[in-house]
Design a protein. Sequence first.
Length: 259
Amino acid sequence: MGFETIIVEKRDHVARLTLNRPERLNAINSTLGLEMKQALEEIAVDDEARVLVIAGNPRIREKEGRQEIKHCFSAGWDLSETSPVEPVVEMVAAYEKPVIAMINGYALGGGCELALACDFIFASDISEIGLPEINRGLMPGWGGTQRLPRRIGVPLAKWMIFTGEALSGAKAKEFGLVDEVVSKEELDHIVSSFAESLASKAPLGLKKVKEAITRGMDADLQSGLKIEQEALGFLLQTEDFQEGIAAFMEKREPKWKGR
C-alpha cells in the first residue's frame, strides 16, 4: 500500500521509514501518525526486516535560480492540528526490533522526542536538536520530560527543556544525547553500515536483549536479573542458538532463521 507522508524501503534485512512532509519540515500530523503506525505494524511482523531506521526527507525549494535545501528529521507536532496522533512515539519506544534515528538537520519538539524513543541516535554535524515547547507556552508531551533525563541526566535535561534552546550535533554528542555525529555526506553510509551490522545478528537474540534492558531499567536489580535469566533460558531453546554453536564450530557465518 502506498503512503502519502512516509516512504518505506527494505534492503538487506533493514527497513527504512522516511518521514516525507518536507514542505512542513516533516512535522507530525494525524495522517503521518496513522501512516507511521500502519508501517510500524507491518514491519513488526516482517521476518525479513530485522532493524528499523527512521529518517526524514529534506525540503528543497527553488530560490533565485538555485536550490535551497533545508535538512530536517522532524520539526515535531504540526501546530496546525489540535489533536496529533501521539501514541506513535510510544510504539517506537516499545518496538521489539532495534530502531535507529538518523537525524540530518532539525529534530525539534516531537521530532526530538521521536528520536529519544529510538535505541540509537546518529546525527549529522549540521543538525539542530532540541525541545522548544516552552517558547510556545507548552511543554514536551511525547516523553521528553521522562526520556531526556534518563538519557543525559536531570541537570542537562532541565537546562534543555527550561531554556528551549537547540543543540548542535557536536553539542548533543557532548551531552550524550546522540551516539555518533558525522558529516552530512557520511551520515547515510555510516547509519546503513551500522544497521546492516545489527541485522547480521540473531534476530531473537536482539529482541530478547532489548526486552531485558528495557524491562530491567524499570525494575530493581534482582528483578532485572530474573528478567535476564528468563530471556537467556528462552534463547537456549531456539534453533538459532544451535545454529550459532554449529557456525562457530564450523568456522562459518551463521544462517539465522529467527526461531
